[in-house]
Design a protein around this ligand. Sequence first.
Ligand SMILES: CC(C)(COP(=O)(O)OP(=O)(O)OC[C@H]1O[C@@H](n2cnc3c(N)ncnc32)[C@H](O)[C@@H]1OP(=O)(O)O)[C@@H](O)C(=O)NCCC(=O)NCCS
Length: 194
Amino acid sequence: MAAVTIREMELEDLPPVYALGERLFTSERWPNLYRTWDVYELVDMFSSDSETCLVAESKAGRIVGFALGTVIEKRRSAWTYGYIVWLGVDRKHSGRKVGQRLLAKLTELFVEQGARLLLVDTDSKNEAALRFFRKQGFGHRREHVYLTKNLTHHESDAGDGKGAAKRRSGDKRQGKAGKSKRKRSPAKRRKREK
Ligand SMILES: CC(C)(COP(=O)(O)OP(=O)(O)OC[C@H]1O[C@@H](n2cnc3c(N)ncnc32)[C@H](O)[C@@H]1OP(=O)(O)O)[C@@H](O)C(=O)NCCC(=O)NCCS
């Protein structure tokens, strides 16, 4: 079995990570994951949370997995969360502990940044991922329901005659859960506060 290295994600990793995500989060299997996985999501995570974006690289230099996370601090709360936003392993390498190693490394980084609780979300039918996370000690499952409304023939309420609303994917970034509030890492925040 070829050795796989877990390391921080670099700029050059963006295209292969994006391509791997496209293969894993397909519209047929996981419509919601497919919709929210896009190049803006990836670039945004990399630019705001690079310390908690990891890749798994094979000996041959191929990207075979990634874990993208962010630290969430809530105002007036003692809790700091480590949110595992995206985790993916190339199917050819699944079952070889790559996911487990990515998660372990990300957890270490979260703890260093003060996280006291790990948070992850996925499609409720993604049994493989749910079993994987249970194995890693996750519990307290909560269901979150998504609804959709077709806007193809939407008329603006404002009556401005502009017709159908069009939104390019990624224009209004909300994160995978639809309501995740990403926080800059403490280091970046400190830099900005200076
Ligand atoms: C979920 C995922 C990250 C797991 O990665 P992986 O590298 O294949 O998993 P690992 O080899 O590290 O498995 C670690 C443990 O979880 C278990 N596990 C992994 N996938 C499993 C599955 N489908 N069913 C049951 N157990 C599973 C393994 O058996 C192993 O347990 P063990 O230590 O007792 O042997 C990977 O399957 C994946 O990329 N899925 C598609 C993307 C996705 O759904 N991501 C999650 C939401 S963003």
